[in-house]
Design a protein around this ligand. Sequence first.
Ligand code: CUA
Length: 353
Amino acid sequence: ERLRRPQRGLWGAVLLAGLLSGCAIDGPQSIFNHAGPIARAQGELFIYIFWFAVGVFAVVTAALVYTVVRYRRRGDDTVPEQVHGVAWLEALWTAAPAVILVLIGVPTVSLIFATERRIEPTEADLHVNVTGYQWWWQFEYPELGITTANELHIPTHRRIVLHLHSGDVLHSFWVPRLAGKRDLIPNQDNQLWFIAEEPGTYYGQCAELCLGAHAYMRFRVIASDEASFRAWAADFQGAAQTVAQTLGAEAAAGRELFKTKGCATCHAVAGYAEGQKGPDLTHFGQRTTLAAGWVENTPENLAAWLRDPQAIKPGNYMPTLWAPDDPNRDAEIAALVAYLHSLGRKGEQQAQR
Ligand code: CUA
């Protein structure tokens, strides 16, 4: 009786954890909710291997239950017959795992090689250099002259070829609905390709423990049709030239502060600042999130982020630029928010801010 109560509680907790863990098959980060050929092949491989696991579990459990029941201690203390070595049984349990290993190993290894096949640049594919940093992502499009962060814009139905690098420690690129995981390793050029079949936003996550804010190292893949993607790229390329002339007074003050407060030491804005340590902010006003996918990119969140970055994303390397009693803090933050949100936005929206 004493043992049963905690046991019942334990099973209840396991069941509840399963229900609450959001392991919904059609969830936004479910590998079963695939939206491209690589994720589909990975999902199907998982199901294929899963049935082998079910078979092994069933056989082992049946043998265990049979043995426990059949050879349980009965009232008498007689020693049962002692058996040493059964050749056919030993041959069977050596051969069966070997066969299973071949059956799951061959498709697994061939899928791994298929996804990292070296693909030379051509017109048909889109190549993107992905660099992982603690704790954010840089996406560089060498053919388009675009560098951005934490949001990977891609066209649908085109092969996206990623060249994966790391600026510091190991990270891992994973967008469960599209592709991954593949590690980003310093001084190594890892490749991964995938295709998005449907327009939409796909959620990604660093899948390799990289200390501090690893859990907050998220990103988004934003897939749109070819025309929308081209419009996005053209807009991005044009943003660097047009932004300075059309700023309102507050944003213009923010632009000055971007240099005097030291933002430009770490962040780049095409045509204005060249910092390399932090995310490129050229098109920042168009990003949907900040702090590597962690919070929505609203003026309120951006102001809170500038005021105290550690409160939003503990462990990150963004410094706190104002002492709490600095009388200029709120006005300077407001100016920087106006400037940063003007980046990559059209003149009309800038005027409103
Ligand atoms: Cu980067 Cu975990």
